[in-house]
Write a protein that binds this ligand. Structure first.
Ligand code: GCU
Length: 657
């Protein structure tokens, strides 16, 4: 007797299907599939296939049903937590096996990605497994709308997916659809609230844990574990204790008990994310304790439940005096954390931003990442485009992330985990800008395989999101996305200078916006030159934090790569780059080029009008209008500023104000 076919709860109405449109399931949905083995994610896989079959006329059976099948998904005996799967195609049958629930689901999505090819191309058995164990999205979501930051801090896609009207959403369909998208690109963990933990959100840990449990229960259906950002001061704020000293037994007990209760509500809870002693958040420094003391206290509370603490390394002095040239924010994470290497508990993960500053369009890779060889590390990327166009601009970050992940040696960075700040909200297109979905997808796939070619991932995203697209559309999408990070860099930040943005919200140009601020973010432009001297010989010494050969490469302006020159050195405007241009001419040229590239992209997009679903096309076209306006503003302000400072005319005599 065939079992009744369960159907997925109806998808949220009016929401863009992103990279899982119905059509992507046609190859599976029109064939015969057998699913062998039971369990929660096998059930999810079954639901997905059943739904596709209901739509496209195929058939799906459970277990030992007879009959010839085109696709067999099989759970095999072995490690239940495995995320690996095998794939093979032969004798007219495609077979996916895994010993793990997650592995089986990832195998199904692999078949979806392959599309028709999964049923046509013979393939000997191959094994797929993620290179990194944890692939996590951090949501900077607040439950309550914050008066300055809004609901989602640095969010450019509407309100939160999880929280609405001051509590967890009653209707979590959208969260289920989100889980499905994330599983389809391999993401297995989500932190559901902002690292800046405000009053309301602090309580998610205790009396509001049931709301977290509601969200976790939905994400779990797609193999995603839920994590929570907590405040270091929780024992005081929530527990009524006099302090939060990590070596105080009462504090430790409070955390142990509280954590046990969290696991009562959420048995597969992933753990805590902590921003401590950073930008005003409380931390162990108050008690004269180290960050290892702080992290290890939480690690101890989580250890009996196999949870993890993600302790952020984003620690620096945000009340710096701009007159003080000896303090260098770029040095801070390394200076704070390197002495603690080896002191962190096995279930404490140090979460390090990919660059030493703060998600600028161009930064060197943080030297801390390669230096902490006795500490578990997660690298944190930012999918939300705080400094890269706020999802008004097209800026596909795949190439930047790939450069970061491949840094240093053939094997790339020594990592176990990759985290990104999510760019998703309750916007119908998920990410505000429909093309920003590509960043989310690319993050998941790079976390699965950091050595993958990002351009290949982009094509995968295009193929899934626009199934059966004509070649002209595929080429058009590829061309507007592929070089967009470099284009954005060209019309904004030259040669590794950062923070020439409007203070506070960080959108649009303001060359001196942060120049006399306490945030440690300066470019030091004067009439003779520009850049920050971070050499050992004459600067802040930051270049010396790298191992060889990088310490030497960055130390001298002669060997420092052009794109990072002004990050490491203060040079005259007439300094000649490796490209043969002077710094000032490079600034002019790239700003004109960047805008020209946006103009070109606008035209390409317009030419795709009949080929893209009208709502989506219109949303992108609208954003392009704003991008072009903004890019021209960037070009004119930056060029005028540096022309006025330097007095050097543009060699090509173009219009500068
Ligand atoms: C950036 C961002 C903040 C955020 C911080 C962090 O500075 O502007 O909004 O809180 O990073 O990563 O903690």
């Amino acid at each position: 007797m065939p079992l009744p076919v369960p159907v997925l709860p109806e998808g949220p109405e009016g929401v863009d299907p992103a990279w899982l449109p119905d059509e992507a399931f046609r190859p599976i949905g029109s064939r015969r599939t057998l699913i062998r083995g039971w369990g929660p994610l096998a059930r999810t896989a079954h639901q997905n296939v059943a739904e596709a079959c209901a739509r496209f006329g195929g058939r799906v059976e459970r277990d030992a049903s007879p009959g010839p099948f085109d696709l067999v998904l099989e759970l095999t005996p072995g490690e239940d937590s495995s995320e690996a799967f095998t794939y093979e195609r032969g004798h007219g049958r495609t077979t996916v096996t895994s010993s793990g629930q997650r592995g089986l689901l990832y195998g199904l999505f692999h078949v979806v990605r392959l599309g028709e090819a999964a049923f046509r191309e013979e393939r000997p058995r191959e094994t797929h497994r993620p290179a990194l164990a944890l692939r996590m999205l951090d949501h900077w979501d607040n439950v309550a709308v914050h008066p300055v930051m809004g609901q989602v801090e640095r969010g450019y896609a509407g309100g939160s997916l999880f929280w609405e009207e001051g509590r967890a959403r009653w209707d979590l369909d959208r969260v289920l659809a989100y889980g499905r998208l994330l599983a389809a690109c391999g993401i297995n963990a989500v932190a559901v609230n902002n690292v800046n933990v405000h009053e309301t959100e602090a309580r998610l840990l205790t009396d509001r844990i049931d709301e977290v449990a509601d969200v976790a229960q939905v994400l779990r259906q797609y193999g995603i574990r839920t994590h929570l950002s907590v405040t270091f001061a929780a024992p005081m704020v929530l527990g009524g204790l006099a302090g939060a000293d990590p070596l105080d037994d009462r504090v430790r007990e409070w955390w142990a008990e509280t954590t046990a209760q969290v696991y009562q509500a959420v048995p597969d809870f992933g753990g805590y994310v902590v921003k401590a002693d950073s930008e005003g958040q409380p931390g162990p420094f108050t008690y004269g304790r180290s960050h290892a003391d702080g992290a290890n206290m939480l690690a101890a509370a989580l250890a009996p439940h196999v949870g993890t603490v993600h302790w952020r390394a984003f620690v620096y002095d945000h009340r710096q005096d701009w007159r003080d040239r000896t303090t260098d924010r770029a040095r801070a994470a390394y200076d704070h954390f390197l002495p603690l290497d080896g002191e962190f508990a096995p279930n404490a993960v140090l979460q390090v931003k990919h660059g030493p500053m703060d998600f600028q369009v161009r930064e060197p890779v943080s030297p801390l990442i390669s230096a902490m060889s006795h500490t578990r590390l997660a690298v944190e990327l930012q999918a939300t485009q705080e400094y890269t166009g706020q999802q008004q601009h097209v800026c596909w970050l795949g190439p930047m992330w790939s450069e970061v992940l491949r840094f240093g040696s053939e094997e790339g960075l020594p990592l176990e985990e990759l985290v990104a700040v999510s760019n998703v909200g309750d916007d119908p297109f998920w990410t505000g800008h429909p093309l920003a979905q590509a960043n989310l997808y690319t993050f998941g796939r790079l976390a699965w395989q950091p050595q993958a070619d990002p351009a290949g991932i982009l094509d995968e995203w295009i193929g899934l999101t626009f199934p059966s697209a004509p070649q002209r559309l595929i080429d058009g999408l590829h061309s507007v996305l592929d070089g967009s990070w470099r284009t954005y860099e060209k019309y904004t930040a030259p040669l590794g200078v950062g923070f020439m943005v409007q203070p506070g919200h960080h959108y649009g140009p303001s060359v001196d916006g942060y120049e006399y601020s306490p945030w440690g973010t300066y470019h030091f432009a004067d009439r003779d030159g520009i850049g920050v001297d971070r050499s050992v010989a004459s600067g802040t010494g930051y270049a010396g934090q790298y191992a060889k050969p990088w310490a030497e490469v960055y130390e001298s302006p002669e060997t420092c790569p052009d794109e990072l020159l002004l990050f490491f050195h203060h040079v005259p405007y007439g300094h000649v780059l490796k490209s043969g241009k002077t710094v000032i001419q490079h600034i002019y040229d790239t700003h004109f080029e960047g805008v020209a590239e946006v103009e070109e992209a606008v035209e390409v997009w317009a030419s795709l009008a009949g080929l893209v679903e009208p709502g989506r096309h219109a949303r992108v076209a609208e954003r392009y209008e704003e991008q072009l306006r903004s890019a021209r503003e960037w070009r004119d302000q930056i060029n005028s500023y540096f022309f006025r400072k330097s007095g050097v005319p543009d060699a090509q005599g173009r219009l500068i104000y």
